[in-house]
Structures are given as structure tokens and as C-alpha cells.
Design a protein around this ligand. Sequence first.
Ligand code: FMN
Length: 104
Amino acid sequence: MPDITTGNILIIVSGQDINQPGMNVAFDCALATENMYIAAQSLGLGAHIYMGLVSGVNSRKQDLGISDGYSVITALRIGNVDAGVDVISSASPRNSMESVVNYK
Ligand SMILES: Cc1cc2nc3c(=O)[nH]c(=O)nc-3n(C[C@H](O)[C@H](O)[C@H](O)COP(=O)(O)O)c2cc1C
């Protein structure tokens, strides 16, 4: 895992507390988070998604300016990695496709 060394920003992704057929706010927020993650990496920046922060951040919504009626879904940290580090190829090893995909 490439370490993010400087220039850290933390993006808190929140979604409206609505429950309507055909809508999935958490899914939309997850997609937005993943898109920002991929965009950051394509720019050579380091990025990490943090779900573990969510409950703690949700209890501090007022401090963070998150409106009533919205809940924190994900957190994304973006920053610089050491010069010369390739954030894609230096990522931690992935499981093989064969071990995670079932073909029927
Ligand atoms: C949905 C999701 C939630 C994650 N939550 C956490 C988390 O709460 N804490 C954490 O240290 N890493 C978390 N990670 C892992 C980091 O974002 C990152 O993927 C991990 O550090 C490995 O990075 P690398 O595979 O690029 O080396 C999460 C990843 C995903 C996809």
C-alpha cells in the first residue's frame, strides 16, 4: 500500500435520508466515492476509502456542516505519495480472479 505522505484532504460523502422505491442513496454515494478514488489515482495521487470512520463522523455532523436529513456514507482520503511511487502498481496484492469470481 503506497503511503499518502502530504497534502491530505478528507472528503466526507453524505446522502439524503430518503427511502423511495428505485432509489439507493448508499449505492449512489459509494459510486461517487469510487469514481473520485479512481480519478485521484489516475492523477498519480494516493487515495484510501474509510468506512470505519463513518459512525464517528456521523456523530459530529453539525461540526462538519452536514445538514439535518443527511447521513455520512463514506470517507475518502486523497493526498500525495512519495515521488517515484506508482500508486497503481504498488497497491497491496489482490486475490486472483479465479478465487473471487465464479463462472457457471
Ligand atoms: C469499501 C471500502 C472500505 C474501506 N474501509 C477502510 C477502513 O475503514 N479503514 C482502512 O484502513 N481501510 C479501509 N479500506 C481500505 C483502503 O481504502 C485501501 O483500499 C487499503 O488501504 C488498500 O490499499 P491498496 O490496495 O491500494 O494498497 C476500505 C476499502 C474499501 C474499498
